[in-house]
Ligand binder design. Structure first.
Ligand code: BGC
Length: 366
């Protein structure tokens, strides 16, 4: 869904001006309801709803606690929910948040295209909707997007794969396989497209070979971001396409799937390939230190949650929201104003520096 081109500073300025109006509740098209006393858009102790997806990676688990603590610390009431049961559970949770009068609904969607009815309910009730980490698709009823730059995540993964391959063996060709995330998650295609921007030219010029022939997103997906699905596919690829040939590298979109691929390769008794990842999960950081997984991405969840809470505070106070990407995130119906944070690639080389401030990973990498 991401479109390219950061052109249009003027458009960005205009969008920010428009957002300022909506945030103050002076227009009906965007954020916030009517003003209350003192120029506030809504009372300080209002309910903020946070709808999180399934616990498919550590970042979501961490987000739950950070949202609960941070929202309460800011004086709000918090309703933070996981939807481990799937899409209909998440739909019900958002509907319940609206019934309880949430003024802001922050959504990390399981399936960003399946929440249209509930988001309309939220909007009709005067709530502001923030897409968190994953974009909400095919709906007018999303006001902002806050995330790490996910296309950049993909590019960093693609580049890390190339760098890791070169470090092992100066020249190609290299045999690689491609893994993508869950097709219902709007991010999965964005990660894949970012990576393929780097990898496709090298596939085209013969530096990289995908022996399975499975090069499309549809062929590479991993339903539900489940480790067992990635492991099974890796088993099948190794048996079907690799015989005595080496597998030199694997594009993996996140750490959970990276470890699943490594498990499969170990079981097949083959030398470990260069494998990318994302999320800085504890087990993957250990694996990087041990020289197994090649890379991960640092998308510090603390900073992302902190920014989402800052947005809620600014909406409450009727203030202008800062947007740093006004034209990239087209959701099928509208362009969603976004605040993007920069992701950082982590390999064994910079692992200590990358987590120096991290309370869990810092001590681990000292
Ligand atoms: C997040 C990733 C995460 C994946 C699976 C994506 O939407 O951006 O950080 O690894 O979901 O949970």
């Amino acid at each position: 869904m991401r479109m390219f081109g950061k052109a249009g500073k003027a458009a960005a300025v205009a969008a920010i001006a428009a957002l300022a109006l909506t945030a103050c509740g002076r227009t009906d098209g965007g954020a916030g309801g009517g003003s209350t006393a003192g120029g506030e858009a809504f009372p300080k102790d209002s309910l903020i709803g946070v709808a999180l997806p399934q616990k498919t990676s550590e970042n979501w688990v961490l987000a739950e606690k950070l949202f609960n603590d941070g929202l309460k610390g800011a004086g709000f009431k918090a309703d933070v929910q996981f939807a481990n049961g799937g899409v209909s559970e998440q739909q019900n949770q958002i509907a319940a948040m609206v019934t309880k009068g949430a003024k802001v609904v922050i959504v990390g969607a399981i399936d960003g295209a399946q929440l249209g009815t509930q988001l309309k309910q939220a909007k009709d009730a005067g709530a502001t909707i923030i897409a968190y980490d994953r974009l909400l698709l095919n709906t007018e009823n999303v006001d902002y997007y806050v995330a790490y730059d996910n296309f950049k995540v993909g590019e960093l993964q693609g580049q890390a794969l190339l760098d890791g391959l070169k470090a092992k063996k100066a020249t190609g060709p290299y045999n690689i396989e491609l893994f993508a995330g869950s097709p219902d998650d709007a991010n999965a295609k964005v990660f894949f497209d970012g990576a393929m921007k780097v990898l496709q030219p090298k596939i085209d010029d013969g530096t990289l070979k995908v022996l399975s022939g499975q090069k499309s997103f549809e062929q590479a997906v991993t339903q539900g971001w489940k480790a067992e699905n990635a492991q099974k596919r890796a088993d099948t690829l190794l048996t079907g396409s690799y015989g005595t040939a080496p597998l030199d590298g694997v594009l993996s979109p996140n750490d959970t799937l990276a470890r699943a691929v490594l498990t499969s390769v170990k079981a097949a008794g083959k030398p470990l390939p260069v494998v990318t990842g994302q999320d800085s999960e504890v087990e993957s950081v250990k694996s990087i230190l041990a020289g197994e997984q090649y890379s991960t991405i640092n998308k510090d969840t603390r900073k992302l949650v902190e920014h989402a809470i800052l947005m809620a505070k600014e909406l409450q106070a009727g203030k202008k929201l800062e947007i740093n990407d006004a034209d990239s995130y087209k959701n099928g119906v509208k362009t969603v104003p976004a605040y993007l944070l920069p992701p950082v690639i982590v390999t064994k080389e910079n692992v200590k520096a990358a987590y120096v401030d991290d309370p869990v990973l810092g001590p681990l990498t000292k």
